[in-house]
Design a protein around this ligand. Structure first.
Ligand SMILES: Cc1cc2nc3c(=O)[nH]c(=O)nc-3n(C[C@H](O)[C@H](O)[C@H](O)COP(=O)(O)OP(=O)(O)OC[C@H]3O[C@@H](n4cnc5c(N)ncnc54)[C@H](O)[C@@H]3O)c2cc1C
Length: 408
């Protein structure tokens, strides 16, 4: 069997590894990625416990744990630096059986790329190859690339991210992406006492419907930071030269660590992202083609679950194909059943949370600030554990021995 995966991001590479682990060695897996060099977009990502569990099943647990930051506590503060709540994440980690791994995107990408190319003999990653369209018949699917070349396979997995163009062909109509109402500026800075006296705490400053976050991400003792600012749709994208001035204006009068962060950051290395999600889909599959990751369920990052859900997709799809050898229709039906409802609910919850955090209705946002002031940590961790433990059954089973040698 030959499987083609479009997109060498988190979803595409995790899928390649998961398929290689689950399916017979004779399966040929080709990943086609449009960029000539895989460079991460954004500084870091928090791989929550459900995502880490997938990577552990794929033999990448040690690598991710070694490269991740040490995030032990979580704190919310007011914009002028007063504590709202501050609690240990240990009870969450104990309840879900795995710590979170906030990690530099470069390291995650390296781990996934090495996993796909060095330890999976039946995976080939082709760079600088952009997919343009596909057609399918009862027996095969053919993908055509922007350079005019084409390839034929038994199955096609589309993991080309939130801007996916091929998605419209899968669904049979244009799929809408919608602005969630805010812009996120993110990057990485060395941890210093001027930013925080607790390098293992994920600290978030909130006020006026805005947010500043600093999360330990490893990579030589750094914080992954972001600033969220509500802006109307169609705001003009600014240039890195003006980021410091913009942030200084948006966060004027906020606490000293926030001012220090603005002074410290390197604007040339800041990513400015207008946050979007995609409309609810009722299926991710069509014939021999399946959508995966952000192409299927692009989400606001307010639950920190987009990448983790792409990892869950990869694991579920591989297990489904393993469970139904020679019957891709049954496998895809299982994939749809296990993935559509869970991810659609998370996209909807992330949007509601984004609106609450970013002042869509300031009364709701103010009520959230008051709730944070009463929080012991239990309520927040209860919500997080429900999200994590909502992962597909089986993810918590003992990690199966991997068939490829040298991975455990
Ligand atoms: C600000 C921000 C913060 C986030 N924080 C978190 C977090 O803390 N935790 C978390 O789990 N998630 C987080 N996410 C979400 C996460 O980044 C995404 O869900 C994840 O990257 C999706 O992976 P993907 O592989 O589906 O898509 P992508 O990572 O977008 O990868 C798609 C790949 O496909 C390639 N491609 C596109 N079109 C084509 C084509 N036609 N042909 C060939 N290749 C193509 C692209 O070049 C890209 O490499 C965050 C997102 C944002 C914006």
């Amino acid at each position: 069997m030959r499987v083609i995966i479009i997109g060498g991001g988190i979803g595409g590479l995790t899928t390649a590894i998961a398929l290689s682990r689950a399916l017979p060695d004779s399966t040929k897996i080709d990943v086609y990625e449009r960029v000539p060099v895989l460079l991460p977009i954004g500084a870091a990502i928090s791989v929550w416990s459900n995502g880490v569990k997938v990577l552990k099943h794929l033999g990448l647990g040690d690598a991710i744990e070694a490269a991740a930051g040490d995030m032990q506590r979580m704190a919310y503060k007011t914009k002028d630096g007063k504590d709202l709540c501050d609690f240990s994440l240990q009870p969450l980690y104990e309840k879900v059986g795995q710590r979170a791994c906030p990690i530099a995107r470069t390291h995650l990408q390296r781990i996934l790329l090495e996993g796909a190319t060095q330890s999976c003999t039946n995976v080939t990653v082709h760079l600088d190859k952009a997919a343009a369209s596909f057609t399918q018949s009862a027996t095969s699917v053919t993908i055509t690339f922007s350079d005019g070349a084409s390839e034929t396979a038994h199955l096609l997995i589309i993991a080309e991210g939130t801007h996916s163009k091929l998605r419209n062909t899968v669904i049979g109509r244009p799929v809408q992406r919608s602005y969630v109402g805010y812009v996120n500026y993110n990057g990485a800075v060395p941890i210093t006492p001027a930013l925080s006296d607790s390098p293992t705490t994920w600290t978030q400053y909130v006020g006026d419907g805005k947010r500043v976050s600093m999360m330990p991400m490893g990579d030589g003792h750094k914080f992954y930071f972001f600033f969220d600012v509500s802006m109307p749709a169609g705001s003009v994208a600014s240039h890195p030269d003006t980021y410091k001035n913009e942030l200084a204006a948006y966060f004027a009068g906020w606490a000293d660590p926030v001012q220090n962060l603005i002074k410290t950051l390197d604007p040339a290395k800041v990513a400015r992202v207008e946050i979007h999600d995609i409309e609810e889909l009722t299926t991710f599959v069509n014939g021999r083609v399946a959508l995966l990751g952000d192409a299927a369920h692009g989400t606001a990052p307010d639950l920190g679950q987009g990448g983790c859900q792409a990892m869950e997709d990869a694991w579920v799809l591989a297990q489904a194909l393993k469970n139904h050898p020679g019957d891709h229709s049954a496998a895809y039906a299982e994939y749809d059943k296990l993935r559509v409802e869970r991810t659609v609910q998370l996209v909807s919850r992330a949007r509601k949370r984004a609106e609450m955090i970013h002042g869509k209705d300031m009364a709701v946002t103010m009520a959230w600030y008051e709730e944070l002031a009463r929080e012991s940590g239990e309520g927040i961790m209860d919500g997080m554990s429900k999200t994590i433990l909502g992962a597909p059954a089986g993810l918590d089973s003992a990690v199966e021995p991997l068939k490829k040698e040298g991975l455990m």
